[in-house]
Design a protein around this ligand. Structure first.
Ligand code: 5GP
Ligand code: MN
Length: 326
């Protein structure tokens, strides 16, 4: 199935000329690394490529090779042959990049979110792949698309971040085989890991200190949560990107099954981020009840209401799910 689909996608990539490579708002390492890797491979094929994200390149991922190729979308819309949407479960999470597309002949949707409904003309969704970067590696290999050390580094960061440094249960033997191939192509694991995980701004740790001050436990300590108000974020001067991964401090606690992070947004909504340590607790299903989505063990939603209101609703729903467990 994947061989035929990769062949179709490969053909579309070879036969067209103008490409836009897009991914989701609030991008993570998989989104940005995948966008750069795909865009760079297409450029090496001689294509005209735009690589756009609503947020532009994040400061903390600006070490990615050729990171300056990824920009915010322009105000003036452009014409394309192909739009490549990567790692994006629903089209509206492409944010304002869509407004910069005047026309497109073909939409290609490559993703690993099980909740992806399969929008677009050429669709490849593999919910078993731990990262979109892993799917892109398979596509590049099967279609003999260009790959070099810089592309490999972007794919490595995509896979490393979406597997929690090869620790999450989605990590397979194939993931390690792909990582090994990327290292053979030239990825320096120590250097890339240091840039990815040991290069945080001080304000991120100060944010963690404040978040831990709001930490609470529910459902007999099986649910741990903390929250960030707009006022706190403003006082610390934190950027939205600073909180990626902080939820792992809750997940890492013995006995905790569900970790929840709530972040007040400026638009009257609260961003909910959830992690589960048990495949019996599907946090994607919980987030879908609130209009969100994601994966069984990692999901999110944007919910209308104040921090206190959303916290109450999410905790009630989560505690209810846990109470039905045993
Ligand atoms: P995170 O908690 O890291 O922001 O997101 C975890 C997972 O949930 C990611 O795979 C992400 O794509 C998904 N996700 C996060 N927020 C939303 C949302 O508002 N809507 C949907 N559909 N998925 C989300
Ligand atoms: Mn991903």
């Amino acid at each position: 199935m994947s061989a035929a689909k990769f062949e179709q996608i490969g053909q579309a990539l070879r036969e067209h000329q103008r490409f836009a490579v897009l991914s989701h708002v609030r991008p993570d390492g998989d989104a940005l690394g995948s966008q750069l890797a795909a865009g760079m491979s297409l450029r090496k094929l001689g294509k005209d490529v735009r690589i756009w994200n609503e947020e532009g390149m994040l400061e903390k991922y600006s070490f990615l090779p050729n990171s300056d190729l990824l920009t915010k979308p322009p105000a003036e819309p452009e014409d394309f042959d192909v739009i490549l949407a990567l790692d994006t479960a629903i089209q509206n999470r492409l944010g304002n990049t869509v407004a910069a597309i005047k026309s497109a002949k073909v939409w290609i949707n490559i993703d690993h979110h099980p909740s992806n409904p399969g929008y677009g003309d050429l669709v490849y969704i593999n919910p078993h792949a731990p990262a979109t970067g892993e799917i892109l590696f398979e596509l590049i290999k099967s279609q003999n698309l260009p790959i070099d050390r810089a592309i490999a580094e972007n794919l490595y960061v995509a896979i490393s971040t979406d597997t929690g440094s090869f620790q999450y249960p989605n990590t397979t033997a194939r993931t390690f085989e792909i990582a090994a191939e990327l290292v053979r192509i030239g990825v320096d694991v120590g250097a890339v890991s240091q840039l990815t995980y040991e290069n945080y701004p001080r304000r991120r740790v100060e944010l963690l200190r404040d978040l831990l001050g709001t930490m609470r436990f529910d459902a007999n300590d099986r649910v741990a949560s903390f929250s960030l108000s707009l006022a706190f974020a403003k006082r610390l001067g934190v950027l939205p990107e600073d909180n990626e991964g902080l939820i792992d401090h809750l997940r890492a606690i013995h006995g905790v099954v569900v970790a929840i992070f709530l972040e007040e947004l400026a638009d009257g909504k609260v961003r909910v981020s959830m992690r589960s340590k048990s495949d019996k607790v599907n946090v994607c299903a919980i987030c879908e009840k609130f209009g969100g989505g994601g994966h069984v063990l990692a999901a999110g939603a944007r919910v209308k209401g104040t921090l206190a209101e959303v916290e109450k609703k999410i905790l009630e729903e989560t505690c209810d799910v846990l109470s039905r467990l045993s």
